[in-house]
Design a protein around this ligand. Structure first.
Ligand code: SAM
Length: 365
């Protein structure tokens, strides 16, 4: 049971006593979820009612980082309670910066009712870059849903592409430092999200939580037993050009030098057999991302394998995490951020593995 889960939310208590409040106060529970933690703190200091509503919003934010966009709530667990949650905007999949919302409601009483249980229902969901937030008002986001009675394909769809007939291609794990590669059905296929060859596009289905550590900050943990090969999540965030990534990295490095700041900009290079990089993808989950932004580094490679998943008919691959071995409930999910350390005074590594290098990997972006 999560802290405070059985208590009456302060907003409910506040609502009871609020019936005669001015309309602005009555609307506060609709407006305040759009605010950042700093804005919430400022508004809390103006009156007791707004303070109570802010507290209930904070509580609801701690209960689900995913805003009901994934199958299960992904709570923040923080024993010392000084940092109840990390603030960021949520996207279940990668998107272009121009598609990234400026604000997003989080912690509203209405979230569960209005967004649905998870993104497979009537939730707003994101798809390929250029096709954002489909399904907000129009029900399930499966534009090519099959009839299921044609006898073709799997999972009840009528797509006849090779991937569907094979019922998923699986992934090939190439080793800790090498990336697996996998192809799924995508916009170029006739099938919908229910197709069994679109596993990673249905979002996070394993139970996870986000735990605060005094040295590493937040980390992503398994809240159930996870079997080797199971899909965990995509690394979702804003897709940057390499020039944008370099500029952002400089800004993040400056902020990190002041302490209390964690960036989540990941540079993925796909290599040719010759060893030359042939594709570079920059995914920045610092402002907008999903729970993968909380995955910490481990020098021993951790328990996650990174796999580049291509969707048929889509140009850019998606970086996804799969369990590289069986993972016990309560274990932290980690992977290796790389093996290059260009900065002499890199950030100290607290992975705790026997082969710990002492500093976190760092590359020139
Ligand atoms: C992608 S974020 C991971 C989530 C982060 N811990 C947070 O609180 O948001 C990467 C940052 O986490 C921290 N981190 C990740 N792995 C670490 C490790 N093994 N030791 C120390 N800090 C780590 C570093 O600050 C790094 O820049």
């Amino acid at each position: 049971m999560l802290p405070g889960q059985q208590q009456e939310p302060p907003a409910a208590a506040a609502n009871k006593s609020n019936r005669k409040d001015p309309p602005l106060i009555q609307c506060a529970d609709l407006i305040l979820p759009w605010l950042t933690p700093r804005e919430l703190a400022n508004i809390s200091s103006t009156c007791e009612t707004l303070s109570q509503i802010s507290k209930s919003i904070t509580l609801r934010r701690t209960l689900d980082a995913s805003r009901f966009l994934e199958d299960h709530p992904i709570p923040f667990l923080n024993p010392n309670n000084q940092h109840p949650y990390a603030y960021f905007l949520y996207t279940p999949s990668q998107l272009l910066p121009s598609q990234s919302p400026l604000r997003q409601p989080w912690g509203s009483q209405l979230d569960r009712d209005s967004l649905g249980r998870h993104r497979g229902s009537s939730a707003c969901k994101l798809n390929e870059p250029g096709e954002v937030l489909r399904g907000c008002d129009s029900g399930p986001a499966t534009p090519h849903r099959g009839t299921g009675d044609s006898g073709k394909g799997v999972g009840g769809c009528d797509c006849d592409c090779e991937g569907c007939e094979e019922g998923g291609t699986g992934w090939e794990f190439l080793g800790v430092e090498e990336m697996g590669i996998m192809t799924e059905c995508g916009p170029g296929c006739g099938c919908g999200l229910e197709c069994s060859n679109r596993l990673s596009q249905r979002g996070v289905s394993v139970k996870l939580n986000i735990v605060r550590d005094g040295k590493k900050g937040w980390g992503l943990f398994a809240d159930q037993m996870i079997c080797q090969g199971q899909f965990i999540c995509e690394y979702a965030g804003e897709l940057l050009t390499s020039e944008e990534a370099r500029k952002q990295q400089q800004i993040y490095d400056e902020l990190a030098s002041g302490g209390q700041f964690s960036s989540a900009l990941l540079v993925v290079r796909e290599h040719l057999p010759s060893g030359k990089a042939c594709l570079r993808i920059n995914i920045d989950a610092t402002k907008t991302g999903n729970v993968a932004r909380f995955i910490n580094h481990s020098c021993d490679g951790g328990n996650l394998a990174t796999v580049l998943v291509r969707h048929t008919g889509s140009l850019l691959p998606h970086l996804c995490f799969f369990a590289s071995r069986n993972i016990k409930e309560g274990e932290e999910l980690t992977f290796s951020y790389g093996d290059i350390r260009v900065r002499s005074k890199g950030l100290q590594c607290f992975c705790g593995s026997s082969c710990c290098f002492g500093t976190l990997p760092s590359e020139n972006t």
